[in-house]
Design a protein around this ligand. Structure first.
Ligand code: BTN
Length: 245
């Protein structure tokens, strides 16, 4: 994929800027990178804390030839692309928490949000792939609500190369994207799964529903779980989220 990178200082959300560009006909590979977001958002309507000078906030415009139902391949590929790029930079392993959060030392260091625009007959007109990485802890620390959950790729005082990380992610992503239908990232995804054999609480629409034991990742990136009554089921992303007990 040919990338064209546009850098901004402060934006509301890089996903919003890329959506505007998509509507105006921008080509696949348009990338917006910002220093800070005032309205960064995450999955399930959550905010994404995006302070100045301590994160990598970027969105990529994609025009995939995919059914909207297969969009999960894109976000899981992005998770593997980010995981590999972080590991190359810090020479440590990270984990992926289904569906697409990246964890280091049991703290979330990256979130991924893909937003699609439906086209005709169940296709995707375009998708905006937003990636937010906490590179360093902000000077004033993470806000109280995030303190126990959020972490950063580099320790305070260590230098983190934002440009290199961005280019590594983009390169890793485009390799897999070229043959996305073959799911070339499946092994890289499943082998980093943080939930394997863990007992989780399943949330539907934000409400806790039940507990389950995680058995694995299916070939289409669902989460296979065993319920308390012994039955097995596959959770698909969307309104479902899980929390380790
Ligand atoms: C999540 O943790 O649920 C996903 C977070 C995604 C954050 C990124 S930062 C760049 C892009 N712009 C946004 O507003 N969100 C994504």
């Amino acid at each position: 994929m040919q990338y064209s990178i546009e850098k901004y200082g402060t934006v509301t959300s890089t996903n919003d800027i890329v959506k505007e560009k998509a509507a105006a006909g921008a080509p696949e590979g348009t990338v917006v990178l910002a220093d800070r977001q005032t309205a960064g958002r995450g999955r399930l309507g959550r905010q994404f804390f995006s302070p100045d000078a301590s994160g990598l906030y970027m969105s990529i415009l994609l025009r995939p030839r995919l059914a909207a139902a297969d969009a999960l391949s894109i976000t899981t590929l992005a998770a593997v692309a980010v995981a590999e790029a972080i590991e190359a930079q810090i020479r440590r392993n990270v984990q992926i928490k289904w569906v697409n959060d990246i964890y280091l030392d049991a703290k979330k260091v990256c979130g991924i949000l893909a937003e699609g625009q439906a086209g005709t007959e169940g296709s995707l007109a375009y998708a905006v792939l937003g990636i937010g990485i906490n590179l360093t802890e902000p000077q004033e620390g993470f806000p109280d609500l995030l303190r126990d959950i959020a972490g950063s790729v580099c320790k305070q005082g260590e230098s983190c190369d934002r440009e290199k990380l961005m280019w590594d992610i983009l390169q890793n992503f485009s390799k897999g994207y070229a043959c996305l239908a073959d799911k070339p990232h499946y092994d890289g995804y499943a082998s980093r799964s943080m939930l394997q054999e863990k007992t989780v609480t399943v949330f539907v629409g934000g409400e806790p529903r039940c507990t389950a034991e995680v058995l694995g990742i299916t070939s289409d990136f669902g989460l296979r779980v065993r319920m308390q009554d012994g039955s097995e089921t596959v959770l698909q992303s969307g309104e479902v989220s899980v929390k380790i007990q």
